[in-house]
Design a protein around this ligand. Structure first.
Ligand code: TXA
Ligand code: MG
Length: 427
């Protein structure tokens, strides 16, 4: 069996008998196929989806993926947020395979992905309050809790809860695959449990090679953090997990929306594993993450330039203090910067913009990784998980991260960083 780190980008060409055997139980053979897929879209709205595979190879890969799902096996596929590890949401056996492949704790429920509203009706009911929200944000990075129909969704998916989390992904490959498989698809992020979510097919292969039969490669995920999870069944509605759809975008439709853990905390919710990231370690690279949280940034984010410059100055002083400690040690380290425009290059560090150009060279001991800029939190979100994974791959043992404000996509970014961090310092 190939070790998880063995690079192997295509299937070994087996004979016809071997191919049939491999198809029957690809995971047992340790064979994971990675197939590039492109889908061209003419129209993608809540009610309509006109799309087609871009070429014959994509069509064949999508057919194979849909058949694999229908056989009760898992398929990793791109979504606009992060890559998902999918299985037939209506099958207990199929969804159990997700938990096995990811080593996911069995009391953490899954999000069910649909290609149409008609598909939702097969397993859940849609309250009136949800309809305008779906009309505005679906397809897209928003997950809604809906009452499940009795007996329709196995307990492996919902962990016995009366609700089921549902979303309609905007990524054309995801939506086309689900439509072709003609079944709702349960899909958590396609990483080993606890690791940063994958935003490329390569990330998925790093974690799941030999553990899943098929990975569809649809390029890098555009959003980079998971979907926003909203519970509309409570009054007032609750934003449970910040993600690709921002609080600011939701507020006009949901004026009473409250953000869990920011606006309130409930002991009952804290005790549930469904409260994202509370019970389990999340998003963690091997390296320890030291998060520098700008205390004044929230106020400064949309405000005055002098306040922002002040915060940036304090942040830079804090980064330099961390650097002094790290330089005194022997471990490789990195600074992940998000305030590039406000602070000068860091002395003695080697600037990196992503790992792709640097994979062939020996990594330096100190890396200055410019992730994006505080003024563009969407870009920071898009590159966040890739940065953590890239720096792990480079052998870095400590990562100092400049935090950003909780505004817009920053809410999701800071939520993930606080969970990934072993140290959080207010600066
Ligand atoms: O963007 C995403 O949402 C990605 C892509 C693949 O679509 N999926 C994803 O799934 O992030 P996952 O399994 O990593 O997150 C599922 C989370 C659970 O940890 C839980 O917090 C919440 O969704 N959830 C699921 N079902 C729930 C329920 N019935 N009640 C409350 N929370 C639920
Ligand atoms: Mg996840």
């Amino acid at each position: 069996m190939a070790s998880p780190s063995t690079p192997r980008d295509g299937p070994a060409p087996p004979g016809p008998a071997a191919a049939a055997a491999a198809a029957a139980d690809a995971v047992a053979d340790g064979a994971t196929r990675v197939l590039p897929v492109r889908v061209t879209v003419a129209r993608s709205t809540l009610d309509a989806f006109d799309a087609a595979p871009a070429d014959a190879a994509s069509a064949a890969a999508l057919r194979e993926a849909a058949e694999t799902l229908r056989r009760g096996q898992t398929v990793a596929f791109p979504t606009e947020t992060v890559y998902g590890l999918g299985a037939d949401a209506l099958s207990a056996d199929a969804t159990r395979r997700i938990f096995e492949a990811k080593r996911r704790p069995s009391d953490n429920p899954l999000i069910v992905h649909v290609a149409s509203l008609a598909m939702v009706d097969r397993f859940a009911t849609v309250p009136d309050a949800a309809r305008p929200v779906m009309a505005r944000f679906w397809p897209g990075p928003l997950t809604l809790l809906l009452p499940k129909r009795a007996g329709a969704v196995p307990d492996t998916v919902t962990c016995g809860l009366p609700t089921v989390a549902v979303r309609m992904p905007a990524h054309p490959v995801a939506r086309y695959l689900i439509q072709l498989a003609d079944t709702p698809v349960a899909a958590p992020s396609a990483n080993l449990s606890g690791r940063p979510s994958p935003t490329t097919a390569r990330h998925v292969a790093e974690d799941l090679r030999g553990r899943v039969p098929l990975i569809l490669d649809g390029g890098a995920a555009q959003v980079g953090v998971e979907s926003t999870v909203v519970d509309l069944l409570q009054d007032p509605p609750v934003l449970l997990r910040p993600g690709g759809v921002t609080y600011e975008q939701l507020r006009p439709l949901l004026p009473t929306l409250r953000v869990y853990r920011k606006d309130f905390v409930s002991a009952a919710l804290e005790a549930q594993p469904t409260t994202p990231g509370m019970k389990y370690r999340h998003y963690s690279p091997e390296a320890r993450v030291i998060l520098l949280e700008p205390a004044a940034a929230a106020a400064a984010a949309n405000g005055e330039a002098p306040a922002l410059a002040d915060a940036a100055g304090r942040l830079r002083a804090a980064v330099l203090a961390e650097l002094a400690t790290l330089r005194a040690g022997t471990e490789p380290f990195a600074v992940v910067r998000t305030h590039a425009r406000h602070t000068a290059a860091l002395p003695d560090l080697v600037p990196w913009q992503g790992i792709e150009h640097a994979r062939s060279v020996a990594p330096p001991r100190g890396i200055d990784y410019v992730l994006g800029d505080v003024a563009d939190p969407a870009a920071v979100a898009q590159g966040l998980f890739a940065a953590l994974r890239d720096l792990d791959a480079a052998g870095v043992r400590a990562i100092v991260v400049e935090g950003i404000s909780d505004a817009h996509e920053g809410l999701a970014v800071m939520n993930r960083l606080r969970k990934a961090a072993s140290v959080v310092r207010s600066v």
